[in-house]
Ligand binder design. Sequence first.
Ligand code: R5P
Length: 287
Amino acid sequence: LRIFSGSSNPKLAERISEELGLPLGKIKVSRFKSGEIYVHYEETIRNCDVFLVQSFSHPINDHFVELLVMIDAAKRASARTVNIIVPYYGYARQERKAAPREPISAKMLADVLTTVGATRVITIDLHAPAIQGFFNIPVDHLTGLDLISDYLKSKNIKNPVVVSPDAGRASTAEKLANYLDAPFAIMIKKRQAHNESNITHVIGDVEGGTPIIIEDMIDTGGTIVNVVEGLKERGANDVYVCATHPLFSGPALQRLDHPNIKEVIVTDTIALPDNRSDRFTVLSVAP
Ligand code: R5P
């Protein structure tokens, strides 16, 4: 068994290798001046079960193609199996046609990954769990919810109320609420455009409670801020924000500096720059 890291999240790959007591394999990943990607395994992987760690974080398209090149090189080097660990699977919000003449990009990525040679996928908190079925190879769909739940339980939050920011996250919120023995509420949001939405209704009672918002990802932070403000308007206390994948695009960091957010809890499926990780509680999915 050999583990190799792509360039998206080497720290997580190192943590995984420490957990396993197995050093990371040597691989050279570089770019030509033209931007084309070059990969060279600097040790034999013939007949090995190869595990490639690569998150689809910014710049997602580069990281995706880099993984394809890694898979191709592994296959051509006679690896026995090529297992891809994709902690954050991007393009997952395009998992169905919401309007005519749109792509289903999450499926297209699955097709490309398997055609190139991936034989197994390990991923965490897919935006839509049905994406597992887009692959004709085994998919281990893991979750960061246990880590987040245990962390929250250790904090003994008074009057917690678990909040799903939209109907899609309701079953996750229910699981967390059961684990914490807390009530839960669902926000109903209306989406005007990509990365733009507003809260129209709240199902459940949040007044006087301390909300714990549970999300799969924070991208620009727009959804979170709308939810936080919607909760405050309805008489809730300051809020804990939890999400597995910290994409943190565009204005996310400024938005998350919101006075009514007590703490932001995320995982390391996506690497945060060193000077930013102090501001957030980062739980490692490596174990
Ligand atoms: C959408 O359904 C997702 O679960 C997230 O709520 C959303 O994509 C987050 O995006 P943003 O942070 O830009 O609002």
